[in-house]
Structure formats: structure tokens, C-alpha cells
Design a protein around this ligand. Structure first.
Ligand code: 3PY
Ligand code: MG
Length: 255
């Protein structure tokens, strides 16, 4: 079976630099896949794509050895299983708040006896190899998002679920539920302390922690702190800021 290079990085205690895809296009996913990311996550929650476009984006990412992952729009077993069948090598599940929700999520990612994933890895077998069904439970990554006050309060319970690989912190939602303020940076002291506490809890449970970074400097800081999968911006934000910077430069140059 094709290796999951994100797991290989983790085994060497290295961080995966993850790109976040919101643009509903196989072509833009293919361009992103050629830029050196370790993994790319198709965001079915806040991205603009539906399932069929997401499947084409998985095909586009697999023109490279970048690890293809997806964030589902909710803890929906049918969607999780379809994305895995389509070849996603990791699933990020938003808004996990309790141990029971986490068990349902992880169970959807694992074939019996570990979970209740139905057998039918249609494209995954083509992408990964004929032994996919035997080895998927050890290869596919399951990351539960902790991004609410309730999820934070239940962090120990959530992180003790067997088969979970790690947690992924949604700074935007966590900040909103902790402070009532919107924004993607981690400049609140309360949020910053929560990021440290979640990382320490993950380490205690032998799990990795991931997080969404507002920009490259923030990403560097989070990796240095010990986060092991860090998403840096989104394709939309990167496109927008690169275009705005270029237009500004030409306009300034013309005078
Ligand atoms: C959050 O910051 O809440 C996220 O889910 C990242 O997209
Ligand atoms: Mg969120």
C-alpha cells in the first residue's frame, strides 16, 4: 500500500506543512499540489466544493505524492466513508465536543473490528494499492477538531478515544466560543493558553496536534511550539494576497 507520508513525518517527529483548499477546482488543486506541500486538505465544510468536485480534486492531488486529506462538513459517517473510498488518506472532522462524537467519527474511519466503516474502497484501491482494505486502518489518519469551549472542556475524554491519531485546533471557532470575538489569529491570551494546554494534553495521550495558522510566521511559531500538522492560509487567501500585492506593486511602480 502507498505510504502515508504525513505518518512518516510524524514518526520522525517532524511537522507536516498542510495546504487548505477552498476553491472548487481540480485545476487549482493540481497547481497547489505542485508547490511542495506535505499534505493538502480539501475543506468540505467552509470550502465551495461539493462531493463530485472534491473527488476530482483528490485525483488532481494524486498527480503528485502530496498526501490528500479532506475536512468533512460535519461528523457524517456517509460522507467520511465516501471520501475515504475516493482516496482521502486523512479525515479532519469539525466540532467534536464529546467522547461519544469522537468514537462515532473514528469508527467511521476504521474497518471492523476497530470501527464500522463499510467495505468498498472503489478509488482508494486504485490510488493506494490492492492491499488497501487490509492496511487502511493503520494508514488513514483521523483528526478530531477541538474548536469549542465544550470540546476544550472535554479534551481528555475526547483524546482518550482509541484509534484517534490526533486533534486539530480550529482557532477561529475556539476563539469565538471562548471570547465571543471572531478572527483567525491567536492574539488572545486565553486562546494562547488553550493552545498550549491542548498541545500538552495531546502529548500526554500520545497524539499529534494540528492547527490552522493565519500566515507563515504564525505557522513557524506553531510548529516550533510542537504542533505537527499546520495549515497555512487557504488557497483563496494565498491567491487574493498574491494578486493584491502584484497589482499594488505595478500601480506604485507606474506612479
Ligand atoms: C477554525 O479556525 O475554526 C477552523 O475550522 C479552521 O478552518
Ligand atoms: Mg472551525
Amino acid at each position: 500500500m502507498r505510504e502515508n507520508r504525513v505518518r512518516t513525518l510524524w514518526a520522525e517527529n517532524l511537522a507536516a506543512i498542510n495546504g487548505w483548499l477552498h476553491i472548487p477546482s481540480a485545476w487549482s488543486a493540481e497547481v497547489m499540489a505542485h508547490q511542495g506541500w506535505d499534505s493538502l486538505t480539501i475543506d468540505m465544510q467552509h470550502g465551495m466544493m461539493g462531493m463530485e468536485t472534491a473527488i476530482q480534486m483528490l485525483q488532481a492531488v494524486s498527480t503528485t505524492d502530496v498526501v490528500p486529506m479532506a475536512r468533512v462538513n460535519w461528523n457524517s459517517p456517509g460522507d467520511i466513508m465516501k471520501l475515504l473510498d475516493a482516496g482521502a488518506y486523512g479525515i479532519v472532522c469539525p466540532m467534536i465536543e464529546t467522547r461519544e462524537e469522537c468514537e462515532a467519527f473514528v469508527g467511521a474511519c476504521r474497518f471492523p473490528p476497530l470501527g464500522y466503516r463499510s467495505l468498498g474502497p472503489t478509488r482508494a484501491r486504485v490510488y493506494a494499492g490492492e492491499d488497501y482494505a487490509e492496511r487502511a486502518n493503520d494508514t488513514v489518519i483521523a483528526l478530531a477538531m477541538i474548536e469549542t469551549q465544550k470540546g476544550y472542556d472535554n479534551r481528555d475524554d475526547i483524546m482518550s478515544v482509541e484509534g484517534l491519531d490526533g486533534v486539530f485546533i480550529g482557532i477561529g471557532d475556539l476563539r469565538l466560543t471562548m471570547t465571543g470575538r471572531a478572527g483567525l489569529d491567536a492574539s488572545d491570551a486565553v486562546l494562547d493558553a488553550a493552545l498550549d494546554e491542548l498541545l500538552a494534553t495531546a502529548k500526554r495521550h500520545g497524539l499529534v496536534a494540528g492547527v490552522f495558522a493565519a500566515g507563515p510566521d504564525h505557522g513557524i511559531e506553531l510548529i516550533r511550539r510542537g504542533y505537527r500538522i499546520v495549515s497555512v492560509m487557504t488557497d483563496t487567501a494565498i491567491l487574493g494576497s498574491a494578486a493584491a500585492g502584484m497589482v499594488d506593486k505595478v500601480r506604485e511602480g507606474v506612479g
